[in-house]
Design a protein around this ligand. Structure first.
Ligand code: LIP
Length: 270
């Protein structure tokens, strides 16, 4: 079991940032050449492109070369246990629908965590979210704060006019009614609502204070591993609301007060 010192956490932050930027550059090149759909996954709307697979393969091989004993949990190529107690949790292109449609809001999301590869119990070590079109890199290391480039990030307090919130919707059409009902219940807290289409960026923007809060049901660990760490290191709170047996538990991020208010409304009676 690797002992994670502050120095190692920061080293892994820089490695995550380096690989995320290399992976982002590959995604950008492939986008310029045209997007080829490789398959659909949970539903027809849940697409994977050839680039998702190629970018994840690049990240995986870079990590295998640099961090041979670590485990891996990736959106496209699954899980592999390591011997070091550290696991890399990777979404090669978060915001695949944006990527395929030509919207700039997509990102490479890379986190490294310690302990069981279960987001309810793992300890954050380091993470990076890189949006190649937007040219923005967000990073965090355990206890070392969250950063956009060289600027330290801090979550906002929602202003009196109401919170600027973001949310997202699952790919499965049968989940839309429930997602919309949650939006309706939370809306009284909001000044306005965004649907950016990439959970890692929603969370990075909460960390940066651009958004006051974010909530979404049904995210997978790779969607939020790095972003959740950014929010926490920026002084915010990220909760998973609902019972552990619910595969569509809601992620709620923001300041402690706002997260509490969102959960009370979102989980209330319709
Ligand atoms: C997607 C997101 C999006 C969310 C989807 C999905 P993908 O990740 O980040 O914002 O609403 O449910 O998880 O599939 O593009 O990596």
């Amino acid at each position: 079991m690797t002992a994670v010192t502050d120095g190692l956490a920061d080293e892994l932050r820089l490695l995550a940032a380096d690989i995320a930027q290399e992976a982002g550059a590959l995604a950008l090149r492939r986008r310029a050449e045209g997007v080829a759909l490789a398959a659909t996954k949970s539903s027809l709307a849940d697409i994977v492109t050839e680039a998702d697979r190629e970018v994840e393969a690049l990240i995986r091989s870079r990590l295998a070369a640099e961090r041979a004993g670590d485990g891996f949990l990736g959106e496209e190529s699954g899980a592999e246990q390591g011997a070091s107690g550290l696991t890399w949790v990777v979404d090669p292109i978060d915001g695949t629908v944006n990527y395929a449609a030509g919207f700039p809001a997509y990102a490479v999301s890379i986190a490294v965590v310690q302990g069981e590869p279960d987001p309810d119990v793992w300890d954050d070590v380091a993470g990076a979210v890189f949006a190649p079109v937007l040219g923005e890199l967000f990073t965090a290391a355990r206890g070392g704060g969250a950063w956009r480039g060289g600027d330290r990030l801090r979550v906002s307090e929602a202003p009196p006019a109401g919170a600027l919130l973001a949310t997202g919707f699952g790919y499965d059409p049968s989940t839309h009614d429930g997602d919309l009902a949650a939006v309706r219940r939370v809306m009284p807290l909001a000044r306005d609502l965004r649907r950016i289409g990439a959970a890692s960026l929603d969370l990075a923007y909460v960390a940066a204070g651009r958004l006051d809060g974010y909530f979404e049901r049904g995210l997978k660990p790779w969607d939020f591993a790095a972003g959740r760490m950014l929010v926490r290191e920026a002084g915010g709170v990220v909760e998973r609301a609902g019972s552990a047996s619910d595969a569509r538990r809601m992620i709620v991020a923001g300041s402690a007060d706002l997260v509490r208010d969102i959960i009370v409304r979102a989980m209330g009676d319709p």
